[in-house]
Design a protein around this ligand. Structure first.
Ligand code: NAP
Ligand code: ZN
Length: 351
C-alpha cells in the first residue's frame, strides 16, 4: 500500500483537517499520479458538509486532479512516467451497460464510481484529490496537452470544464445561437469561455454587479444583472439555450420566460433543496423544456481538454495552500472566488 497525506472532513461540521490515507499498489492497468494541483468544486463543499444526503466519512474531496505520472502498470500503453495526466469526477463504471458502451459512463446504469465518496449506488468509500497521490485505471485517466506552465489553470477543466462543455455540445450551441450562462462561479466562467469559443452569442446572468467587467473579459457579449427586473425583461423570448450553474434553490420561471419557443433550460447546479416548481404555462405556451446534465463521459472529457488546449482556454484561478481550504469554502458560499480556487498540493507536505 502507498501512504499519502491528505485533508479530510470527519463529519458535517468538523471542517477539513490533515488525514492519512492509503492507495493500492498500481495493478497492470493502473496509473499512479503524483498530484500537483487540485481544483475546488462547489460539489466538494456540498459533500464535505453533508449537504447532499449521501456523504461517507471521512470525506476527502477533490475531483479536478492534475499531476505527473509516477508509476504505470505493465499493460498501460497511453502513459509513461513523467507524463502530465488528469483525473476528473469518475474513476470507474460497470463498463458493460448501454451508457458505458456509448461512452457516457457518468450515466452508468449500475452506478459509476466517483473519484470521492464511492460508487453512487453504494459500496466502499473512495478518496479524492486533496491528497499527494492517486492510483486510477488507465481508461479513466486523461491526457493533458496544454503547456506544463498552465497545469494549475487546467485542473478546473476536469469538472467545471466538462460539466459546461457537455451540455453546450449536446444542445448544439454554436454560431447563430444565443446562450445564457447563469452564475459566474467555477462552472459559469468556464461556460462563458467555452460557449464563446464555440461561436455562440453569450449572455451572462449574474447576481453580482461587480462581475460585469470580468464577464465581458471572459467572453460574454452581454451581461445581465439578474436581480434587476428591467434588465431581465429585456431578454424575454430571446435566448435559445440557458445553462444554470447556481448552487442554491432559486426561481426558474425568471429564466424560462427568457427562452424562445422550443428553448431549453439545462440545470447543472445541484442545490441540496429543490427549486420552487416552474409555472407550467411558461413551458406549455412555448414548448420549452427544463433539463439536467451530469459532468461528461471520459471520451468527451478528453475531447474537451483537447478543444481547450487548441483554443488556449484555461481557468481563471486563485492558487491556495491546503490549510486555507475551510476559508475557501466560506468564500465560495459568498460568491467570492475569481473564479476557481486551486490547491497547490506541495503545501500538503508541511500539513
Ligand atoms: P460556485 O463557484 O460557487 O458558483 C456558483 C455561482 O452561482 C456563484 O458564483 C454565483 O454567481 C451564483 N450564485 C450564488 N448564490 C446565488 C444566489 N443566491 N442566487 C443566484 N445565483 C447565485 O460553484 P460551482 O463550483 O460553479 O458549482 C455550481 C453548482 O454546480 C454546485 O451546486 C455544484 O455542486 C454543481 N455541479 C454540478 C455538476 C454536474 O455534473 N451537474 C458538476 C459540478 C458541479 P454570480 O455571483 O455570478 O451570481
Ligand atoms: Zn465538480
Amino acid at each position: 500500500m502507498i501512504r499519502s497525506k491528505a485533508y479530510a472532513a470527519q463529519n458535517k461540521t468538523s471542517g477539513l483537517a490533515p488525514f492519512e490515507l492509503y492507495r493500492r499498489e498500481p495493478a497492470a492497468d493502473d496509473v499512479q499520479i503524483e498530484i500537483l494541483y487540485c481544483g475546488v468544486c462547489h460539489s466538494d463543499l456540498h459533500t464535505a458538509r453533508g449537504e447532499w444526503p449521501n456523504t461517507l466519512y471521512p470525506s476527502v474531496p477533490g475531483h479536478e486532479i492534475v499531476g505527473r505520472v509516477c508509476a504505470v502498470g505493465s499493460q498501460v500503453r497511453r502513459f509513461k512516467v513523467g507524463d502530465l495526466a488528469g483525473v476528473g469526477c469518475m474513476i470507474d463504471s460497470c463498463g458493460h451497460c448501454h451508457s458505458c458502451a456509448e461512452g457516457e459512463e457518468q450515466y452508468c446504469e449500475n452506478g459509476f464510481t466517483g473519484t470521492y465518496n464511492g460508487p453512487v449506488f453504494g459500496g466502499e468509500n473512495t478518496y479524492g484529490g486533496y491528497s499527494q497521490t492517486i492510483v486510477v485505471k488507465e481508461s479513466f485517466v486523461l491526457q493533458i496537452r496544454h503547456a506544463a506552465d498552465d497545469l494549475a489553470r487546467v485542473a478546473p477543466l476536469l469538472c467545471a470544464g466538462i460539466t459546461t462543455y457537455s451540455p453546450l455540445r449536446h444542445w448544439r450551441v454554436g454560431p447563430g445561437t444565443t446562450v445564457g450562462i447563469v452564475g459566474l462561479g467555477g462552472l459559469g466562467h468556464m461556460g462563458v469561455k467555452i460557449a464563446h469559443a464555440l461561436g455562440a452569442t453569450v449572455v451572462l446572468f449574474t447576481t453580482s454587479p461587480g462581475k460585469i467587467a470580468d464577464g465581458r473579459r471572459l467572453g460574454a457579449d452581454e451581461v445581465c444583472v439578474s436581480t434587476d427586473d428591467a434588465q431581465m425583461a429585456a431578454y424575454a423570448n430571446r435566448v435559445d439555450f440557458i445553462l444554470d450553474t447556481v448552487a442554491v434553490p432559486h426561481d426558474l420561471d425568471a429564466y424560462l420566460s427568457l427562452l424562445k419557443r422550443d428553448g431549453t433550460l439545462a440545470l447543472v447546479g445541484a442545490p441540496a433543496a429543490p427549486h420552487p416548481a416552474g409555472n407550467v404555462f411558461n413551458l406549455i405556451l412555448k414548448r420549452r423544456r427544463i433539463a439536467g446534465s451530469l459532468i461528461g463521459g471520459i471520451r468527451e472529457t478528453q475531447e474537451m481538454l483537447d478543444f481547450c488546449a487548441e483554443h488556449r482556454i484555461v481557468s481563471d484561478i486563485e492558487v491556495i495552500p491546503i490549510d486555507y481550504i475551510n476559508v475557501a469554502y466560506d468564500r465560495m458560499l459568498n460568491s467570492d472566488v475569481k473564479y476557481r480556487f486551486v490547491i497547490d498540493m506541495a503545501s500538503l507536505a508541511d500539513a
